[in-house]
Design a protein around this ligand. Sequence first.
Ligand code: MG
Length: 285
Amino acid sequence: MCSTCGCSEGAKPRVTKMAEPQPPSRSQPDSHPHQHEGHSHTGEHHHGEGHLNHTHEHPHDDSSHRTIRLEQDILAKNNRLAERNRGWLEGRNIFAVNLMSAPGAGKTMLLERTVRDLGAQTTICVIEGDQETVRDAERIRATGCRVIQINTGTGCHLDAGMVGRALRELDPPSGSLLFIENVGNLVCPALFDLGEASRAVIMSVTEGEDKPLKYPHIFRVADTLVLSKADLLPHLEFDLGRCLEYARRINPKLKVVHLSALRGIGLEPWYAWLRKRGESAPELS
Ligand code: MG
């Protein structure tokens, strides 16, 4: 749990607004001026700091009791801010998807492909979450999409306060599709509601089919499971049937799609689900 693992202590989240994207045909690798430096903010609103300081002033409290109280305070505050985000997004008819996965599962590549394939029909905006660098935001910006980067410093997840600040800076238009790419981590992002309409957990087939059993909470809170890098299946011992059995043992309602963003395989069910804003009735696969 984040308030005890130490990730929040001293974290300095930054929100970096990227320059307006160039149309994809005109974007060049070296065409990224560094305007974003001037838009950085340090995280005076970070959820953990005040509560953590408070604990040091009461060394005689029962520590386990104090820890539980801290967790409740942090999550309750997050949930209030998440509801504010949710209302704001619903008022603008924006469909927001929280993408969660381990590092390297292919979240950014799936977004690049999705923006390139759907961007002409639908306005898409992206909030990128990483501990450091604006590398992923630059990749998304190169697709011609409006994007903002949150760097969490030592933090291992996005929270609703960070996303609220990013929404104010990003100002996604009414009716748009918003992706929130969470920090790569199968544990902590599951605990923090961001105000999204949908949560998709992305798991690459190189990770092994037992991840739903080992990290059940993130599969429990997700509504959709994207199995990525499916083009590699012939080269792996990954048992797709067993993986689905494990995932549905944790969450029987999971919608599942397997695809390869790199090879362009299996993307249509994903796009159909996005076009229907998560309401598509049939299982994706
Ligand atoms: Mg990424």
